[in-house]
Each structure stands twice: as structure tokens, then as C-alpha cells.
Design a binder for this molecule. Structure first.
Ligand code: S3P
Length: 164
């Protein structure tokens, strides 16, 4: 990969990766999408049938396989919570960019989404607590932290400026 995006659910990884791909002329890969295509099941179905442990195994396999591919990788919000994934990200040469979002915004974006098993039953306080519990993991993987509470254009410009 040439560039890897990490961040909590609802931080805009998918949107920003698409815009970056267009601006930089690079292919874009969404790790959740890879998992769904490989498993031939939705994220929700994987969680229902194999639990979070099963999902994390598939996620680590997908991450390891994708790192050798060119382009921009948008990861799932839980990727940095796994030690093996952190090691993969830290060892890989591609810059890892953390999109840092306010919990309130993340909540507004994910609360109606039934496809995110982890966020499904959480209220704002619980979502904020989950994000806080992951924060050190996110930070430990990040080469650059970008304030994702800005417009997509500003976020993309900041990322491109940093690496030019
Ligand atoms: C998860 C985030 C999701 C997806 C899965 C678990 C998490 O990705 O990988 O539902 O644990 O934070 P998004 O960050 O794209 O929502």
C-alpha cells in the first residue's frame, strides 16, 4: 500500500480514501469490502455466525494480504485494537494516517447504521468510551494525525500537503 487510513467508525475513512484515490490517481481498497468479498457474507453475518473473534481473524488475514498491494487502504475502525495488526502497520513502509473525529460526529454518522455490529447498540456515552479505550492504539500506529472534523477537501489537502 502507498497510504493507509485508520480511525474510529464514522471518521470518514471511506470518503477520504475515495477522494485521495481520485486526487493521487491511486487505486482504493476498503478492508471491510475485502473481508465481505472473501467471506461471501456481510460484516453483520460474520459477527453473527463467528463472533467478533472470527471477524478479527478474517480482518488480520485480509490486512496482511492487502499490504503488498498498491494504492490507498481504508481500514475498519477496529484494526489497530489487535496487536498483530498494529505490528503489521508499524512494520509496513506506507504512511499510516489517523482520521481523528469528535465522538459526537461519529455517533451521528453511525447511529442509524445497522451494518456496524460494534456500534449498533451503543449510546453516545458508550461510543465515546469505546473510542477513548482505543485511542492509545490508534495513536501508536499513526504517522500523521489529521483533524477529521473539517471538510473532506481540507482533510485531503492536509494529507497531500504533508506527503509532498
Ligand atoms: C469495526 C468497524 C467497522 C467494521 C466492523 C468493526 C470496529 O469498520 O470493521 O464493524 O470494531 O470499529 P468502519 O470503521 O468502517 O465502520
Amino acid at each position: 500500500m502507498d497510504l493507509i487510513l485508520i480511525g474510529f467508525m464514522g471518521s470518514g475513512k471511506t470518503t477520504i480514501s475515495q477522494l485521495l484515490g481520485e486526487r493521487l490517481g491511486l487505486p482504493v481498497t476498503d478492508l471491510d469490502q475485502v473481508i465481505v468479498e472473501t467471506a461471501e457474507r456481510s460484516i453483520a453475518a460474520i459477527f453473527a455466525e463467528q463472533g467478533e473473534v472470527g471477524f478479527r481473524l478474517l480482518e488480520t488475514q485480509a490486512l496482511a494480504a492487502q499490504l503488498d498491494q498498491p494504492g490507498i487502504l481504508a481500514t475498519g475502525g477496529g484494526v489497530p485494537t489487535q496487536e498483530q495488526n498494529r505490528e503489521l502497520l508499524q512494520r509496513h513502509a506506507a504512511p499510516v494516517i489517523l482520521l481523528e473525529i469528535a465522538p459526537e460526529t461519529a455517533y451521528e454518522r453511525v447511529k442509524a447504521d445497522k451494518h456496524r455490529p460494534i456500534a449498533k447498540n451503543l449510546n453516545l456515552a458508550e461510543l465515546a468510551a469505546l473510542k477513548a479505550s482505543r485511542q492509545a492504539y490508534y495513536q501508536s500506529c499513526a504517522d500523521l494525525v489529521v483533524d477529521a472534523n473539517q471538510t473532506p477537501e481540507t482533510i485531503v489537502n492536509e494529507i497531500i500537503d504533508y506527503f509532498q
